[in-house]
Ligand binder design. Sequence first.
Ligand code: GLY
Ligand code: MN
Ligand code: MN
Length: 527
Amino acid sequence: MWDDRSVTTEQPQTQPIPAADTAGATPDEDRATELASRGDSRSQRPTSDQFRRFIASGWDETVPEAEPLPSTAYTPARRDALVRSVPGTRMVLPAGVLKVRSNDTDYPFRPDTAFAYYSGLGTDEEPDSVLVVEPSAEDPERAEATYFFRPRAGFDSNEFYADARYGEMWVGRRPTLIEAGQRLGIEVRHIDELRDHLAKDVGAQLSLTVMPQVDAGVEAMVEEIRTQNGLPGGDEAAEEAAHLAETASEQRLVKDAYEIEQMRAAVDATIRGFQDVVRELPAAVAHRRGERVIEGTFAAAARAEGNGVGYDTIAAAGDHACTLHWIRNDGAVREGELVLIDAGVEIDSLYTADVTRTLPVSGTYTAEQRRVYEAVLGAADAVFAVAKPGMRFRELHETAMGVIAARLEAWGLLPGTAEESLAPEGQWHRRWMVHGTSHHLGLDVHDCAQARREMYLDAELVPGMVFTIEPGLYFKENDQLVPPELRGIGVRIEDDVLVTEDGVENLSSAAPRTADEVEAWIASLWG
Ligand code: GLY
Ligand code: MN
Ligand code: MN
């Protein structure tokens, strides 16, 4: 449904409407009124005071008692760890702002990951809100947190019925202050109190920093308060902000029990989405843009089961599989070819899975397709066999590359031996797999991306880490260094794993992996 006017307000309007009286206006005011009404030509909404009083009256404003969110059993410990890692600092974690898609339509709102992690809020809560985490006055090892947001607007506000971006009649109601406090278990305040709270006691004993690149308005506010209170700007301020981002990323490298449970749920929902896709494969073949049929089928499952897709679905048939981030998905799905599907459901808590299966469109792999598939599977299995606590993250990739290089050597594709290829000056095998084998996974598909190298690539695996194992081989149609029968075959097999005490658990094992299992799976779903 469309609004009947273009709303261009950046912030919710909570003030009562001033009397519409422009009599005696100056030329500047006339010009301002004219500018404000631009883009408003579709409006047929009544504006009389009588109507405004009528629409503001007769509403029951009670809201049900709210329950604490399940995540709030874990968020206090997360925030305590944060203040221990970034001591003496008031940390500002904005949720982020609505982003315009076009004209008066916004993208669906998805809060910033650090905000979600430390607040426990998921889904689309709450644009323009801010979580502030700081050391407690009584015990600097413990965190105090305050949530600032714009609570539900009054029925007598312009926003209530006339603001298509924020208004209750248009996008649903925001929580009340009481309700938000009940759900989050922390102090909650109106967003208008944010500036005073941020400025209080800031100086030599207490720094102030903000998660960068989430909310430009809040960043500007923090910069101004820092300047007013004698804290350095420029590179030093940027360094503090980058340190906050890095710390928040590194803290998520090891998941707590709630996160592991959420990851299991995200993977399970994703596998159900893949089942829907397999059932729809014949419909995809029948459509001229079968890749879109696959994308749409998975998206329907992701919206029904969760918040949506955790990243743009890759539905890549035939040679498109060799384009690593093929998300245009406008190709045909042809009998006899493979289709690579890389997709993940982001559930309401915002945790996402990241799974890839490469399926034979007609239900069975050809000999050449199976040969490539089994090489990739061999690389994945080799990683599964060695991944355990104490191993370095970078060794996951090295293990996979050992298998891939050996296969390519056996097929005569390398200009030297596998050993030479694996040496730093060789690396010929990377022509056919330019991406990495593993990345951390959680609230972000490429989770913990700001972690330092020593905490990520060079770090040892620890129980509670969740990452992908996703080797692949991609022989492009126009690759003259591979035999014609391999050209146009791209295969990736991607699973999501949890590091246990003595190895890894494959969270996505319910999605068949071997060529035989995949064929049997397809046959059973086509029944
Ligand atoms: N789906 C993106 C990736 O596998 O990293
Ligand atoms: Mn991945
Ligand atoms: Mn993926």
